[in-house]
Design a protein around this ligand. Structure first.
Ligand code: ADP
Ligand code: MG
Length: 478
């Protein structure tokens, strides 16, 4: 059975004092305390190291040592326990010194009666327990804060950031001091979203599971799912927990693209089949007609030419559409990513020169292998280079090409300082036949996207009217 008594260790070189204290305690609270006695500093220290007592009563005078030495030993071995220092005479300086050294209480021998002594012991033990519970909770919650996979951000009533956890600092790429100078609204990519966020918080006092886009210090996008709530009604502090869903969103988008491609591919095949058959018939008939009636009126000949030309064009378009959207057979081989980009770029050298375009290349240093169909990749990249060149003003254009390697993926970025793409066109950019060029086919990007997707990669676009366009390709490392 567990012993319900509180075990107390008294370190005191005077045995009479020990008897006195023990009998005072037993009188006030019979059988509640078991007091053990150590007469010297050395035996006391050895007993402390066993860490078996609920409280320590320590005499200030201990031969060559003092109670302060005992207190220091507690600190030295990192043992936190309640310690009451006893001394023969009331001395404010000793009392103060003992408190600074970590004593829980200070009692003057001979001046205290049994009830006071018992109360001091009981309160000290209880207070110590409370402090331990608080410290434990703090450690626990601090652990959650420190190790959380979600960004945890605390803000004051003005939404100024007052604390951030390590993952928030890492994901937002700011040092802590910088973040502590910022407001929650500074974290958003778009002002409209920041305003919406603040409005929601003001009106509802909370935000549950809402998607926003944060901006890192480097200007990168960070898609987050946010839960926010008031932490302290009186202080008006806010807790904002944000889950990084950037990868999740990108994967979703990839899946959507893949699905869209399967569908467009199927539609294209159906159209090809349905349109091409009658077209072929028309063409055959027209050819025959021309052969049979060489002397037909001039007008008739003209019309026939038009019919023929247009049918040929339709046929051509259908073939191209089919080619640009079908799941292709790839002839894959390993190739260095930088080399691949560089080779494709050399194919557009003439065009670059002709248009006076400046080229800025920034390749990663390491050699990273990709598994690619070189010929198809050349087409995919060339389409992007040509589009960029066509979007820029001759002699003012700057084409920036960069490669990077992160998390098992190769990033190829192609940026121009051309006319940019209006927001409303972005969604249709990769659709077959979408073009705003008089002689464009609108199949370049369709084909590029198809090739990239067939390589299990993704292609995305960012653009600002009048500033330029950035196409980013992500490909898996071989
Ligand atoms: P095409 O070049 O034949 O028009 P694409 O599929 O290659 O067809 O491109 C579709 C459209 O996308 C282009 O007509 C152009 O409006 C727009 N576009 C593509 N790349 C860029 C770019 N770098 N800058 C501005 N607009 C672009
Ligand atoms: Mg094009």
């Amino acid at each position: 059975m567990k012993d319900a008594k509180q075990h107390i260790l008294m370190i005191d070189d005077d045995e009479d004092d020990f008897f006195l204290v023990n009998s005072l305690l037993q009188d006030v609270a019979p059988n509640q305390y078991h007091v053990e006695w150590c007469p010297t500093y050395e035996t006391g220290v050895a007993a402390i190291e066993r860490k078996q007592h609920a409280l320590y009563l320590v005499d200030y005078r201990l031969g060559r040592h003092t109670g302060l030495d005992i207190l220091r030993h507690f600190q030295h071995i990192g043992y936190e326990a309640p310690v009451i220092v006893l001394t023969g005479k009331g001395d404010y300086a000793i009392d103060n010194e003992a408190m600074m050294a970590g004593a829980t209480d200070y009692l003057v021998k001979g001046e205290i009666g049994g009830p006071d002594l018992e109360r001091a012991i009981r309160y000290s033990i209880m207070e110590h327990k409370h402090l331990q519970t608080i410290a434990e909770n703090e450690r626990k919650y601090f652990g959650i804060f420190e190790k959380s996979h979600d960004l945890i951000i605390l803000a004051d009533c003005n939404k100024n950031i007052i604390e951030v956890n390590p993952i928030a600092r890492k994901k937002l790429q700011y040092p802590r001091e910088e973040l502590l100078k910022m407001n929650l609204k500074d974290l958003f990519m778009m002002e409209a979203e920041a305003l919406q966020f603040l409005l929601d918080i003001c009106e509802e006092n909370a935000i549950t599971q809402k998607e926003f886009t944060f901006k890192t210090q480097n200007g990168q996008k960070l898609d987050v799912l946010v839960n926010a709530s008031k932490l302290d009604e009186k202080l008006g502090t806010f807790l904002c927990v944000a889950e990084d869903i950037t990868d999740k969103k990108r994967e979703e988008l990839e899946k959507q693209h893949q699905e869209k491609f399967v569908i467009t591919g199927r539609i294209a095949r159906v159209i090809a089949h349905e349109v091409r058959n009658p077209l072929t018939n028309i063409l055959l008939a027209v050819g025959q007609f021309k052969q049979d009636m060489p002397t037909a009126q001039e007008d008739a000949q003209l019309y026939l030419d038009i019919i023929e030309r247009n049918c040929t064009r339709i046929n051509h378009l259908v073939t191209e559409m089919l080619q640009s959207t079908r799941m292709m057979e790839l002839h894959l081989h390993e190739m260095d990513a930088n080399e691949m980009v560089h080779k494709a770029l050399s194919l557009s050298e003439d065009r670059l020169q002709l248009n006076g375009i400046r080229l800025k290349e920034d390749y990663m240093e390491e050699e990273v292998k990709l598994l690619v169909d070189e010929e198809k990749m050349n087409i995919a990249l060339l389409n992007l280079f040509i589009n960029a060149i066509e979007a820029m003003t001759p002699d003012e254009g700057v084409l920036r090409i960069s490669t990077a390697h992160e998390n098992g993926k190769v990033y190829i970025r192609i940026a121009d300082n051309g006319i940019g793409i209006p927001e409303e066109n972005k969604a249709r950019l990769f659709d077959p036949f979408f073009t705003n060029k008089t002689k464009g086919t609108g199949l370049g990007l369709t084909s590029t996207q198809n090739i990239i997707l067939n390589h299990k990669g993704t292609i995305t676009v960012e653009s600002k009217i009048g500033e330029g366009t950035l196409f980013s390709i992500i490909l898996p490392v071989a």
